[in-house]
Write a protein that binds this ligand. Structure first.
Ligand SMILES: Nc1nc2c(c(=O)[nH]1)N[C@H]1C(S)=C(S)[C@@H](COP(=O)(O)O)O[C@H]1N2
Ligand SMILES: [Mo]
Length: 536
């Protein structure tokens, strides 16, 4: 095949698959954004990725692993669609078969979404049909030529029964629609351009129309209740005045985000419900108005991800407004032998939280507000959980819609199924935040400062060591409460040379952070954080 023809056929494949995906987006706008073939396949891969692949992705791309996956899928789709375009033959429709395979994968993935119903198959089915029609149309196989052995596609009346199959050629200048040859270069150009433009516009509009607008407007309308028990004021000095240290309070825009959601769930306050069932005396369902009838509380709590490497930055402190989980559990009447709260988000993620931790007096909350605003969409709008002292993966279910009261020997949550720890108490950690690693400083005083946390136990001491020297006790900022992190600093009379500075914390139970380096999986990293500096 000539290169020009090959390029044209490849382009036909690309446009065909693009048009199919666009049709899929438009259909998904009517069904559910979770049924979008592209995202359904992405989510399917996220949920089924083998542990080594997932760990590689998190290690390599950190919190950027999602865009990397989506781009990866996009590149694979581009390559395969070009192949489909080139491989398509009038009578041996290899390209169409590839598109059918894509579509089947999309249907399978969409039907596996937790919220799926039978309609979730529609976007991928329509995507496949449109893809094949456009591919065959652009290849000139649709309106002309016999389709021996193949099914009739397109309106039969417009098929010319007299034309016979001919070897393909670049029939430049043949300008009639009913030709027994390929589309002319001009026809191809016009058709390709129009289809591409309509597809881009369609996909764009489809994405916009899908309830996104609703949820943004819904969030704007929310008025947070005035908490009946506001958070204690932050004492002066809780935030030390040293440049380069992590602020005590984390802005919503800077707050780390970790979840498996490839597209942020769009759940309005009107749609939101929390169904509480399982080992309870009274099953109940709460809606937004029920929450508004309850007494809201406000707390400042530091949230932490188990995936932090030593010195990691997947932690943040916010002012949360919400409702005590214990109050709700009391209304449901938890039965004696239950020991787990199994929470499910609207996109099917699950966490299993020890009931003993939720109910031991700590401020476990069903949260609606973060730093004075309704929850940002990506942090769980409209309702999420925050349980002090437990890593997010066992407790901080965002977009939460279902509570099953059950037992650890009966239910297994998302990450536990993937070999992470069953229970996830936060390990004591400390981190050097300034100066930057590998920075250079003149001989003399250098202020080393950082953050330490041991939620719900509290930090009692942070120590700093230079090279193999003695441990020096750092100055701790006042503790806000034992559920928040604490800032520390130590002034080092630095001498010339290259030095490694270490830190370690002690929690209020007297446990010292161990030196032994342990990876985040299965239940959180350990080891002393260090930074190397050059003093000249
Ligand atoms: N629905 C849902 N909730 C979730 C997750 C998720 O993947 N899906 N990830 C959890 C994890 S691992 C963490 S660390 C916290 C992070 O919360 P943030 O993104 O608001 O910081 O959310 C938790 N809640
Ligand atoms: Mo996490």
């Amino acid at each position: 095949m000539r290169t020009a023809a090959m390029a044209r056929n490849g382009l036909a494949g690309l446009i065909a698959v693009g048009a199919g995906l666009a049709a899929g987006e438009v259909t998904a706008a009517a069904v559910s954004s979770y049924a979008s073939p592209f995202y359904a396949v992405g989510s399917f891969l996220v949920d089924r990725a083998p542990a080594p692949v997932r760990e590689f992705a998190i290690d390599t791309f950190g919190t950027n692993d999602k865009p990397v996956l989506l781009w990866g899928i996009a590149v694979a789709v581009v390559v395969l669609s070009i192949v489909a375009g080139i491989a398509e033959r009038r009578t041996v429709p290899i390209g169409s078969a590839l598109i059918v395979a894509f579509g089947a994968f999309g249907v399978l993935a969409a039907l596996h979404r937790p919220t799926s119903d039978f309609w979730y198959a529609a976007p991928s089915l329509i995507a496949a049909v449109v893809g094949i029609l456009v591919l065959r149309g652009l290849r000139g196989f649709l309106w002309s030529g016999s389709m021996r052995g193949g099914r009739t596609r397109g309106p039969a009346g417009r098929r010319d029964p007299d034309t016979t199959e001919k070897p393909q050629s670049d029939a430049d200048g043949a300008a009639t629609t009913k030709t027994d040859r390929d589309l002319s270069r001009r026809q191809f150009g016009i058709a390709a351009g129009v289809i591409a433009a309509v597809s881009v516009a369609g996909a764009f509009i489809g994405r916009q129309v899908s309830t996104m607008g609703d949820v943004v407007a819904d969030r704007k309308r929310v008025r947070l209740p005035r908490p009946s028990r506001p958070a204690a004021p932050i004492p002066a000095g809780t935030e030390v005045d040293i440049e380069g240290i992590t602020p005590f309070m984390t802005n919503n825009a800077d707050f780390y985000r970790i979840d498996t959601a490839l597209q942020v769930p769009k759940l309005t306050t009107g749609e939101w419900q929390l169904r509480i069932h399982g080992m309870v005396d009274n099953e109940l369902t709460l809606d937004w108005d029920d929450l508004m009838d309850m007494q809201a509380e406000e707390r400042i709590i530091t949230l932490t991800c188990v995936s932090n490497e030593v010195g990691g930055n997947l932690a943040g402190t916010a002012r949360w407004i919400g409702y005590p989980m214990t109050k709700i559990l009391e209304r449901a009447g938890v039965q004696g032998d239950a020991d787990m709260l199994f929470s499910t988000s609207v996109d099917g993620w699950t966490s299993g939280t020890p009931l003993a931790d939720i109910t031991d007096g700590r401020d476990s909350m069903l949260v609606i507000g973060m730093n004075g605003e309704p929850l940002p969409l990506e942090h769980g709008y409209p309702v999420r959980q925050v349980v002090p002292g437990l890593y997010g993966y066992v407790s901080a279910c965002k977009w939460v819609v279902d509570w099953e009261i059950t037992r650890f020997d009966k239910a297994e949550a998302y990450w536990t199924k993937r070999n992470w720890g069953v229970k996830g108490p936060i390990k004591t950690a400390s981190r050097i935040d300034r100066p930057e690693g590998l920075s250079r400083h003149p001989v003399g005083d250098v202020v080393i400062a950082g953050t330490a946390w041991a939620q719900h136990r509290g930090i009692s001491k942070v120590e700093v060591r230079v090279d193999k020297g003695p441990w020096n006790t750092a100055t701790l900022a006042p503790e806000y409460n034992n559920d928040t992190w604490r800032q520390w600093f130590w002034t080092w009379p630095a001498t010339a040379g290259q030095h490694t500075v270490y830190c370690r914390a002690t929690d209020e139970t007297g446990q010292v952070q161990p030196e032994e380096r342990v990876a985040p999986i299965p239940d959180g990293a350990t080891g002393w954080h260090n930074r190397v500096f050059r003093i000249e």
